[in-house]
Design a protein around this ligand. Structure first.
Ligand code: MN
Length: 292
């Protein structure tokens, strides 16, 4: 098998706030080398690098907003997030937990700091990744997968190297916890000191990684520092990650959806007509109701 090498390493773009509670570096869509077409089905990646929030009596966050045509995957690394949606789902995402929400035909959503975390304040580190849906599923019923850390499939690396949390897809034949609508691998690699792990994905899959903790070396030659995002070439299958002092790395690899993308804010469809329809449905209250 040929090696899969890194095409591009991106340093964190200037952060901005989503609402008043999520301070994020937006990696996707970021210029033509990380745009929706290139990274599809990974169409948006916001990375909330470690940031200390002061105590607040009013939970900070982002108010009611719609989504249609894709899935939002929220991973908390530090801190605690809470959410509500118009389908009646609500819950909390604590450290190591994952919320996989399939907005599909449409949902109203709000996301904010969990109440007790807000009161005390503290460090937050999180990821929100949007996974595009194949056209045939864009208007299907919303769905919701809440994955507490202890429910997430884990693969133990040899020689006490660490673990691979298989959020979705598979690793070394072991299945992930979340179900997906097209082939998507989402892995959380937690390496111990001097740990290493190897990965293999089909050459044409869009593949990237985000370093959350520590410094890693890819294929023994390319260094990726913490908070950086690396995109792999669509050639070769195999790569290896190693670390001296320990690392946490989010790895994503998925089959490209060969479908046109029409995106406007919180709606990602296939045609402009479908985007106009989404606005129309939203204004007519077809996404349901969610109180502020
Ligand atoms: Mn949302």
């Amino acid at each position: 098998m040929a090696k899969k090498n890194i095409e591009l390493v991106l340093s964190p773009p200037e952060p901005h706030f989503v609402g008043d509670g999520f301070r994020v570096h937006n990696y996707i869509p970021g210029g033509y080398r990380a745009d929706m077409e290139r990274m599809n089905p990974f169409i948006m990646l916001d990375y909330g690098a470690k940031f200390n929030f002061p105590p607040s009596d009013r939970p900070l966050g982002v108010g009611v907003h719609p989504h249609r045509g894709f899935e939002t995957v929220t991973i908390a690394y530090k801190g605690r997030i809470a959410h509500h949606d118009s389908a009646g789902n609500s819950g909390e995402i604590g450290e190591g937990d994952v919320q996989w929400m399939t907005a599909a035909s449409g949902i109203l959503h709000k996301e904010y700091h969990e109440k007790e975390f807000s009161k005390k304040g503290g460090e937050m580190q999180m990821v929100q990744l949007w996974v595009n849906l194949p056209a045939q599923f864009k208007m299907s019923k919303p769905k919701y997968q809440s994955l507490a850390n202890d429910q997430i499939s884990k693969f133990e690396l040899v020689s006490d190297g660490g673990i691979v949390e298989i959020i979705a897809g598979e690793y070394k034949g072991q299945k992930g916890s979340a179900s997906t609508f097209s082939p998507v691998n989402l892995l959380n690699l937690k390496l111990n000191k001097n740990g290493k792990a190897d990965f293999s994905f089909p050459a044409q899959y869009n593949t990237a990684l985000l370093v959350l903790e520590g410094k890693i070396m890819v294929n023994g030659t390319e260094e990726v520092p913490p908070d950086h995002f690396a995109i792999f070439q669509n050639e070769g299958d195999d790569f290896e990650i190693q670390t001296d002092n320990g690392a946490i790395v989010l790895i994503m690899s998925a089959e490209t959806l060969n479908e046109t993308i029409a995106a406007h804010g919180p709606f990602v469809m296939n045609t402009r007509q479908e985007i106009l329809q989404a606005f129309d449905d939203f204004h007519k209250g077809k996404f349901g109701f969610l109180a502020d």
